[in-house]
Write a protein that binds this ligand. Structure first.
Ligand SMILES: NC(=O)c1ccc[n+]([C@@H]2O[C@H](COP(=O)([O-])OP(=O)(O)OC[C@H]3O[C@@H](n4cnc5c(N)ncnc54)[C@H](O)[C@@H]3O)[C@@H](O)[C@H]2O)c1
Length: 252
């Protein structure tokens, strides 16, 4: 399919993991993908690979989404170079797991800032450009954890915040051709999942009705639908992509 021909797509945290899989999917369907990541080297390598594979320049920028200034400069640079922004994917996020009493101030703020504040800064900066053209798609990354998860109070607060932010963006943009949705992945094979405590990860996998982790391409497929022109009447939803984990108890 070529749903993204000539569209300009911004992906935060696009250097690896889910962000990289989505960047590749959008580029494969004709998009110019702007990759923003704190990991400049990995973002640059991916941009070079996408350019070689799809014959289209995909600009990589060093962007820390927790910095309002970084985000503002990134969005301005992309609009100056390409004249438009069709899609924003708020994907950047980190984990710093601990029980509530053991989460220090730095780990609380780091997790909230990377996921939630970053999504807010990026959305605030792209919206004027989307509104002026009467078109836009925003997808932000929540998590199956948003409903509550042991040892993840900071992450849960950030990912539940993404749900509220998404629903509010959907309301505030509903008559300007813009949609906002969230994806709540379950356990997907990425460096972030690999960094989790192995025992906790194995216990969680045992609870997935499909009894397996998902692959980054599963997320890329969901994002490629929600961000497409065809999904124009879908806004404010949280799409679980989790092998059934969010359904509830799976005894058998
Ligand atoms: N992998 C999973 O199982 C899973 C499950 C639920 C939700 N998620 C969410 O999906 C998103 C992507 O997860 P992933 O597994 O690919 O993670 P990952 O750690 O593999 O990749 C995250 C990317 O974000 C970048 N990043 C981190 N902080 C940043 C910042 N301040 N500014 C810019 N870039 C930054 C990193 O450099 C990295 O390239 C995250 O929001 C995560 O919370 C992942």
């Amino acid at each position: 399919m070529n749903r993204y021909t000539d569209q300009v797509v911004l992906v935060t945290g696009g250097a690896r993991g889910l962000g990289a899989a989505m960047a590749e999917r959008f580029a494969a369907e004709g998009a110019i993908v702007a990759i923003g990541d704190v990991n400049e080297a990995a973002a640059g390598e991916l941009a070079d690979r996408l350019a070689a594979e799809f014959g289209r320049a995909c600009p990589a920028h060093r962007v820390d989404v927790t910095s309002s200034a970084d985000v503002g400069e990134w969005v301005d640079a992309v609009v100056r170079a390409h004249g438009r922004i069709d899609v924003l994917v708020n994907n950047a996020g980190i984990i710093r797991d601990n029980r509530i009493e053991d989460i220090d101030d730095a780990d609380w703020h780091a997790v909230l800032d990377a996921s939630l504040t970053g999504a807010f800064y990026c959305t605030r900066n792209v919206l004027p450009h989307m509104r002026s053209r009467g078109y836009g798609r925003i997808v932000s990354f929540s998590s199956m954890s948003w409903r509550g998860n042991f040892g993840q109070a900071n992450y849960v607060a950030a990912k539940a915040g993404i749900v509220g932010l998404t629903r509010t963006i959907a309301l505030e943009t509903a008559r300007q051709g813009i949609t906002a949705n969230a994806i709540a992945p379950g356990l997907i094979d990425t460096p972030m999942l690999a960094s989790m405590n192995t025992a906790a990860r194995d216990k969680l996998i045992a609870k997935v009705p499909q009894r397996k982790t998902g692959q980054p391409r599963d997320i890329a497929e969901a994002a490629a639908y929600l961000c497409s022109p065809a999904a124009g009447y879908v806004s404010g939803v949280v799409l679980d992509v989790d092998g059934g984990l969010g359904i509830g108890s799976s005894i058998r």
